[in-house]
Write a protein of this length. Structure first.
Length: 104
């Protein structure tokens, strides 16, 4: 996927700011963060841009799919339509939720 390997000085600084706190978690450890709340700030900015009341950062596309399925109440016995040509995470998230992937 071209582009993923390109990091400029601005991106490196943002990552260094977080690594400098020693806190790699979204929640908790307020004292150790030294004012660094980048994930929370990004979520608020995303809400502002999209007009949404809520946003939630995920560590991966797979985690995002699992979160979305849970938010929709998808579970055991449900069927979820998936595309015939997709990444494995698409149907894995459905199976993890206890649902059945269906290709149309």
């Amino acid at each position: 996927m071209p582009g993923f390997e390109i990091f400029g000085d601005e991106e490196k600084k943002e990552v260094a700011d977080v690594l400098g706190t020693g806190v790699l978690f979204r929640y908790g450890f307020e004292k150790a963060r030294n004012g660094q709340f980048k994930a929370a700030e990004f979520e608020k900015t995303l809400c502002s841009i999209t007009g949404s009341r809520y946003s939630h950062l995920c560590s991966s596309g797979t985690a995002a799919l699992s979160t979305a399925l849970a938010a929709c109440g998808i579970g055991a016995g449900d069927e979820v339509i998936v595309p015939p040509f997709t990444f494995v995470a698409t149907f894995e998230a459905v199976l993890t939720a206890g649902a059945v992937p269906r290709v149309l």
